[in-house]
Design a protein around this ligand. Structure first.
Ligand code: GLC
Ligand code: MG
Length: 268
């Protein structure tokens, strides 16, 4: 079925009707505290307003589905996977081909792999973590300087790309237009969700760009040090609660699930 075929109309009817969207990172944000997760899922199920539940993760689709099942999380309406390079819609996991077409421009993975092949300290992640639009490495713990060296090599080679550093040890190279933040902006545009009706939640480096969008944001209490620099930014709550408890804090703070939310319009 084409982009403009019937499934697209169904999606538009469903997603275009949503009055709120919660898009959350999975590891160490949504999952980690089973009781807090259960409370969150209960609150989402009881929401007064039609709500889109989405995840945005560094993991690839198959393993994302496994971990959600393991934690008894219902299948999300939207799955942003592989660090914002792939978008799928539940329940049939239909890929958003418009997104892949958009990010494919200027993407030269072979040249990028080639130019980085001899850089000491850069170790490719296992093959299943290498995706069409995501090249992933492991770097020595805490070696921030290697990030600058990678950026310099790409820039010298005239290879535009986004370089994302997470958990002090993962390095992802993505198309220049990709990333969790860009994917969420694309979703907001496609389904006409105002940014202030979207709440994004995260804990580590690959969440930074989505926290920096116009959407409401929450950094959970157990976040990595690499997100500290976002503290004090308008529209980004540093929640006391850890894992899903931090998301619950944000639902309260923003009054996010109320028909007349507080703090929504004036938070940015
Ligand atoms: C996930 C992915 C990995 C990526 C990391 C940081 O762990 O599996 O490939 O590097 O997230 O984005
Ligand atoms: Mg995480």
């Amino acid at each position: 079925m084409t982009e403009h075929g019937r499934p697209d109309d169904e999606l538009r009817l469903r997603l275009g009707d949503m009055r709120r969207a919660l898009i959350t990172d999975i590891d160490n944000t949504l999952i980690g505290d089973p009781a807090a997760l259960e409370e969150l899922l209960g609150r989402l199920a009881d929401s007064e307003v039609p709500l889109c539940f989405g995840v945005a993760t560094g993991r690839h689709l198959e393993i994302t589905l496994e971990i959600l099942e393991e934690w008894s999380v219902p299948l999300p309406d939207v799955l942003v996977t592989a660090v914002g390079t792939e978008i799928y819609y539940g329940p049939d996991l239909r890929p958003d081909t418009g997104w892949s077409e958009k990010i494919a421009r200027q993407w030269a993975p072979e040249n990028i792999r080639g130019i980085l092949a001899d850089l000491p300290g850069l170790h490719p992640q296992p093959p299943e973590n290498q995706r069409a639009f995501k090249i992933s490495y492991i770097v020595p713990a805490g070696d921030v300087a290697i990030v600058r060296r990678v950026e310099a090599l790409l820039s010298d080679g005239d290879l535009p790309a986004s370089v994302i550093y997470s958990h002090g040890q993962f390095l992802d190279i993505l198309p220049v237009r990709a990333g969790k933040g860009a994917a969420i902006q694309y979703l907001a545009g496609r389904w006409t969700w105002p940014p202030e009706h979207i709440l994004v939640a995260g804990d580590s480096g690959n969440d930074a760009d989505m926290l920096l969008t116009e959407c409401l944001g929450v950094v959970v209490g157990n976040h990595s040090p690499e997100l500290e620099w976002l503290r004090g930014r308008p529209g980004i709550l540093f929640a006391p609660g850890k894992f899903a408890a931090g998301i619950n804090d944000a639902l309260d703070y923003y009054g996010f699930l109320h028909t007349e939310p507080r703090n929504l319009e004036d938070s940015r």
